[in-house]
Design a protein around this ligand. Structure first.
Ligand code: ATP
Ligand code: MG
Length: 366
């Protein structure tokens, strides 16, 4: 029997609703897989907590996250809750968590499930690639810093280090090894996305990824400029398997990726470190639809699947790996049936109904 301690951060807006939906699915998993147990602890952090207590991420919550086997977060931030400098609490809290937990690589799968709406007319042999975003440096290294030159010029600094880039590059190649390759021809390939023709920092990024590729002779490797990649992601997304890039480029291209495969309500994400990992949907708190039981819970549910996959890998736990696959299969089934869907996917079902449909579709395959 393996038991995992999971820290839950339901957060703000639709966060508590998509979290409750995901807890329902995890309870079903624990029932179906009798050798798996989850000890969940729910913590309060984020914009509402800041409004009530003046603290976004209490020390005790950070300690709880560091002590847990994994962290599942739904969404943080409310546009009308501002810090004294006028900024929202979400970036402060997320950058704080990333730095404290050492989460060097963000992972965003871009996968088109049959039955999910797609803006592309031609989806070729399918869309199934992963964006790996360097998560601690790049242009975000200057977060909280930045500078003014007099009153009329503002600057931010983009930092690329050998250490940070090596970590994210290595993670990309390792992930490519576990995947079944790009839809076009099954080739396992890591693509470095950069602007190496213009920026010294980017040329360095490309070089470090290239160096890392030497340790993975079984995985192909190429490089594409970020502007060209924005075109290719729309024109021939099936040519890609694992993309690795600097922080800000990853921030932008992962929203484009989410847009390609059905919108934010379907996009899970993970942030990986050497010792910790955090999982969360790629959407925000969508305050206009909060409290109505209409938010799409699938991105949070798929994030929980990524979490079990990570725990299974890390602890050599086949049952946990099977549970991760069972959640994804159940989500795919519910989407393919096109019966139970929230309004963002053109349906009329509630958050709870979608969660119940996913839970009902979970089966343990031997
Ligand atoms: P953030 O700044 O936190 O990224 P945002 O304002 O950019 O937030 P979201 O909160 O993600 O964006 O939402 C943008 C819009 O997408 C929402 O107004 C909502 O209509 C829709 N949306 C996002 N997530 C969901 C979801 N899970 N279910 C349904 N609709 C969603
Ligand atoms: Mg956003």
């Amino acid at each position: 029997m393996s038991s995992y301690k999971i820290a839950l951060l339901p957060g703000d807006g639709i966060g508590p609703e998509t979290m409750a939906a995901t807890e329902l699915v995890l309870e079903q998993i624990a029932m179906e897989f009798s050798d798996l147990n989850f000890e969940t602890i729910s913590y309060r952090a984020g914009a509402e907590n800041y409004r009530d207590t003046g603290v976004t991420l209490p020390d005790a919550v950070l300690e709880g996250c560091l002590a847990a086997d994994a962290v599942l977060l739904s969404a943080i931030g409310l546009p009308d809750v501002r810090q004294p400098d006028g900024t929202e609490v979400q970036p402060t809290m997320m950058v704080g968590l990333r730095r404290a937990m050492g989460l060097h690589s963000a992972v965003r799968p871009v996968k088109l499930y049959p039955g999910a709406p797609c803006v592309l007319q031609n989806t070729g042999p399918g869309i199934d690639f992963v964006i790996i975003r360097e998560n601690l440096e790049g242009l975000f290294a200057s977060f909280g810093g930045g500078g003014m030159v007099g009153d009329d010029v503002a600057t931010d600094t983009l930092i690329v280090t050998r250490k940070g880039t090596s970590k994210v590059a290595e993670y990309a190649f390792q992930l490519a090894r576990r995947r079944s390759g790009r839809p076009a021809d099954g080739k396992q390939i890591v693509t470095c996305v950069d602007k190496a023709n213009v920026f010294r920092s980017m040329a360095f990024f490309r070089k470090i990824v290239n160096d890392a590729s030497q340790s993975f002779p079984d995985i192909e490797h190429n490089a594409v400029y970020v502007d060209a990649m924005s075109l290719y992601m729309v024109q021939n997304p099936w040519d890609f398997d694992v993309l690795v890039m600097e922080n800000q480029f990853g921030d932008i291209l992962s929203d484009l990726g989410a847009g390609l495969v059905g919108g934010l309500g379907l996009g899970p994400s993970a942030e990986m470190g050497d010792d910790h990992a955090l999982f969360q949907p790629s959407h925000g708190t969508a305050p206009q639809i909060a409290g109505k039981n209409v938010a799409n819970p699938l991105a949070t549910i798929l994030s929980a699947s990524m979490m079990l996959d990570w725990l299974g890998e890390r602890h050599n736990d086949d049952s946990c790996l099977a549970a991760a696959a069972a959640i994804e299969t159940a989500v795919a089934e519910v989407l393919a049936a096109q019966m139970v869907r929230t309004p963002d996917l053109g349906g009329a079902s509630s958050t709870t109904e979608v969660a119940e449909a996913v839970a009902a579709a979970i089966t343990k395959t031997p």
